[in-house]
Design a protein around this ligand. Structure first.
Ligand code: NAD
Ligand code: UFG
Length: 338
């Protein structure tokens, strides 16, 4: 039996594919290549020394999905496929609802028809919205989201909860990620954003390599120790290992499970700049700019539920996250080859 990894050539999906295979699992990967390069497939195979089926397919393509389920013995899905840029989602809400929500509905319907009732879903800390105070716990009220991307995550969480209520043979794991950064130790896999990065770490690494002149620090007047925004950065390999534990949980018991995947520690933008300089030996030029619309001052997890119930906790610290991001960027200045 195999695990279908949707969006499995993307940033988090590719690292998870590696850790699943290292844990001895069989995988099948699906991706429409919208936000990744096909060469990530070769890199995963080279790293693990294992072959596995890859399908270029969109999760909204019902016929394509049915063919994959008919051909492969899939008993569980890890569902990463989705669009994820907050700013873009404000400009293109219909594309986000169609891709993320409609795509998930098609996927769930095909799974149901094929008798596959186990799914691990990539949710986000964004569902906690603006009203909850960190450290965020899974029992807090969710849904006060401020942008279409976040709303798609919240809506999919609601759909999955209703699905479980309708049929409790399902095993559904909602994983709320905090801020994934870092890259595989080998320096052969990492985050490869298209165009100008939206997120902090890829922006820093592109300044370090000389592609961008300086980092814009969005605000130094937040209610935080140094005034810059505080987030819970988590190494992408720790995040990937959380998925291995989650699929094992889903395989063992039916139920609706929700876990934060974070470290429980908050670092400010300037803490990350300092850690990166220490890890890379490269000075990062930055300018303080006005706040970015929609940003919170502080967002970090209480990850203790995942530790108690999954036996998982993040092991890699901020300097290691920076070292690995830098190794990836400096070995691959232009990201994955075409
Ligand atoms: P990513 O863009 O690198 O990976 C997503 C992959 O899904 C890409 O390879 C893309 O080509 C593919 N894809 C998109 N739409 C598809 C579709 N309709 N059919 C098939 N494939 C499709 O993003 P990532 O950072 O690896 O994120 C993975 C998941 O985790 C996403 O759902 C994202 O919303 C969620 N998430 C990410 C973060 C983060 O900061 N990176 C935080 C919280 C949640
Ligand atoms: N920041 C800068 N300059 C930049 C980019 C970011 O100062 O060029 C700051 C932000 O203001 C924030 C921190 O760095 O204080 C982190 O910003 P990111 O854009 O890297 O991450 P966010 O916390 O804003 O958002 C991320 C994902 C979202 C997800 C959210 C919660 O991008 O998809 O985490 O999970 F919803």
């Amino acid at each position: 039996m195999a695990i279908l990894v949707t969006g499995g050539l993307g940033y988090i999906g590719s690292h998870t594919a590696v850790e699943l295979m290292r844990a001895g699992k069989e995988i099948v990967v699906l991706d429409n290549l919208y936000n990744c390069k096909k060469s990530s497939y070769s890199r995963i195979k080279a790293l693990t020394g294992r072959d596995f089926p890859f399908y270029e397919c969109d999760i909204r393509d019902r016929k394509g999905l049915e063919e994959i389920f008919a051909k492969e013995k899939i008993d569980c899905v890890i569902h990463f496929a989705g669009l994820k840029a907050v700013g873009e989602s404000v400009q293109k809400p219909l594309e986000y609802f169609d891709n993320n929500v409609n795509g998930t509905l098609v996927l769930l319907d095909v799974m149901k028809r094929c008798g596959c009732k186990k799914i691990v879903f990539s949710s986000s800390a964004t569902v906690y919205g603006v009203e909850n105070k960190s450290p965020l716990t899974e029992d807090m009220k969710v849904g006060g989201v401020t942008n279409p991307y976040g709303r798609t995550k919240y809506m999919i969480e609601c759909i999955l909860q209703d699905l479980y209520k309708s049929d409790n043979e399902w095993s559904i794991c909602l994983l709320r990620y905090f801020n994934p950064i870092g890259a595989h130790k080998s320096g052969t896999m990492g985050e490869d954003p298209n165009g100008l990065p939206n997120n902090l770490m890829p922006y820093i690494t592109q300044v370090a390599i000389g592609k961008l002149d300086h980092l814009n620090v969005y605000g130094n007047d937040y209610d935080t120790p140094d005034g810059t925004g505080v987030r819970d950065y988590i190494h992408v390999v720790d995040l990937a290992l959380g998925h291995v534990k989650a699929v094992e949980k889903a395989a063992d018991e039916s139920g609706l499970f929700i876990y934060n995947l974070g470290t429980g520690k908050g670092y400010s933008v300037l803490d990350v700049v300092n850690a990166f300089e220490k890890a890379s030996g490269v000075k990062i030029k930055y300018e303080i700019c006005p706040r970015r619309a929609g940003d919170l001052d502080t967002c970090y997890s209480d990850p203790s539920k995942a530790r108690r119930e999954l036996g998982w906790q993040a092991e890699r610290g901020i300097v290691e996250m920076c070292e690995d991001s830098w190794r990836w960027q400096s070995n691959n200045p232009n990201g994955y080859p075409d």
